[in-house]
Write a protein that binds this ligand. Structure first.
Ligand code: THU
Length: 128
């Protein structure tokens, strides 16, 4: 298992998920090889919950990283957990057509291009 997968599995254990009990970890590798991690952080109002993927993206952006190569999403499901729609939008805007690898705790994994998970996206190119 590579270091990005290990990072996603590790940060998953930090999930703040008292309501769903569903822990998710995400790790993003930037073009310099740095790894940025995030876990889901839930909120008592439910709607303010932020998914692991978006936490990882926003953490990465806040450190100054701008170009990304790979994303790994880790969850404890037999059917591998994909990013939700909101996270696909954010991943598309900040990472473009990156490789997205889904993994579980038993070492099962599958990789996709984000463009296949998120076809015909809206993004900033429509605003110009
Ligand atoms: N969640 C993520 O963090 N990422 C996903 O890809 C799917 C869902 C979180 C949000 C919420 O805290 C919990 O999982 C249940 O939806």
């Amino acid at each position: 298992m590579d270091s990005l997968c290990i990072a996603a599995l590790g940060v998953r254990l930090n999930a703040h998920a008292p309501f769903s009990k569903f822990q998710v970890g995400a790790a993003i590798e930037d073009v310099d090889g740095n790894i940025h991690t995030g876990c889901n952080v839930e909120n008592a109002t439910y709607g303010l919950t932020v998914c692991a993927e978006r936490v990882a993206v926003f953490k990465a952006i806040s450190t100054g990283a701008r170009k990304f190569r790979r994303v790994v999403v880790a969850a404890d499901t037999d059917v591998l957990t994909p990013p939700c729609g909101a996270c696909r939008q954010i991943l598309w805007e900040f990472c473009g057509d990156v490789e997205v690898t889904l993994i579980n705790l038993h070492g099962k994994s599958e990789s996709f291009r984000l463009a296949d998970l998120f076809p015909r996206p809206f993004d900033a190119s429509f605003l110009s």
